[in-house]
Design a protein around this ligand. Structure first.
Ligand SMILES: CC(C)(COP(=O)(O)OP(=O)(O)OC[C@H]1O[C@@H](n2cnc3c(N)ncnc32)[C@H](O)[C@@H]1OP(=O)(O)O)[C@@H](O)C(=O)NCCC(=O)NCCS
Length: 220
């Protein structure tokens, strides 16, 4: 089969990123998460986030390499306690807010409103986080998935999810879980088409869960 006959998935290599990919990953996230304070703030801070994440032993970062360029990426957390303590040790969200205030002040209002809605829903209904904690250690937690806007709709996100499912099975996990913004219709459609079901509701985010079945492999 010649290169031109191959489907996009066949031309793509799923691999772990290294430090040389940091700039491309920052660009990918800035293009993918247009209203996120973390990704629209200072580049150096986003680069630091990726460098620390790549080096972390609490998670596995994966990217789709298409002809030498980064087309998509995701972060699969495999040790949630380790990840939580690493995040505490990193520069907190204050840096994100300060940098975004300087670069994109218009984002602050929507972010603050989202956070306020999130905190209210936690206050009113604390059940949201209980199942997450119960399952920690037995699941893979998907923290981020992003596909370059010019390369969407070609199955790259599905390919990354299939890869994460294989990794979780290899690590003996029973679920893959994640949170997604309620208004993020493409992402919700992606997870639902892959076999995830929505298991918990918050005001602004939904929790999706995929029970891993060694026999069946839906969506892959
Ligand atoms: C969500 C996202 C990752 C999807 O990436 P993608 O590579 O385009 O997705 P795929 O091509 O693998 O699509 C797989 C399935 O997802 C669903 N889907 C993807 N994009 C969709 C869209 N814009 N509208 C509706 N359904 C969509 C479809 O069911 C699709 O299956 P189909 O092509 O057989 O219909 C991408 O749009 C993205 O990076 N968005 C910005 C970042 C983001 O919001 N990430 C999610 C964080 S929780």
């Amino acid at each position: 089969m010649t290169e031109i006959d191959k489907s996009p998935q066949e031309r793509v290599i799923v691999r772990r990123p290294d430090d040389r990919d940091v700039e491309a990953l920052v660009r990918l996230c800035a293009r993918s998460f247009r209203t996120s304070v973390r990704w629209q703030g200072a580049r150096w801070h986003a680069a630091r986030w990726w460098a620390q994440t790549i080096a972390s032993s609490a998670c596995e970062s994966w990217l789709c390499d298409e002809g030498g360029s980064v087309a998509a990426a995701c972060v699969l957390v495999i040790d949630e306690q380790g990840w939580a303590s690493e995040r505490k040790a990193r520069c907190g969200p204050l840096v994100d807010y300060l940098t975004v205030l300087a670069c994109r002040p218009n984002l602050i209002l929507s972010e603050v409103m989202d956070r306020a809605a999130f905190l209210c829903s936690r206050f009113v209904c604390s059940r949201c986080l209980q199942p997450i904690e119960r399952r920690a250690g037995r699941r893979g937690w998907l923290e981020l998935i992003a596909v370059d806007p010019d390369r969407r709709g070609r199955g790259l996100a599905r390919q990354l999810l299939a890869h994460c499912r294989c990794r979780c099975l290899a690590l003996d996990r029973e679920w893959i879980e994640l949170l997604v913004a309620r208004r993020n219709a493409p992402a919700r459609a992606l997870y639902e088409s892959f076999g995830f079901s929505c298991v918990d509701l918050e005001a602004v985010r939904l929790k999706y869960s995929l029970r891993l079945d060694r026999e069946a492999a839906p969506g892959g």
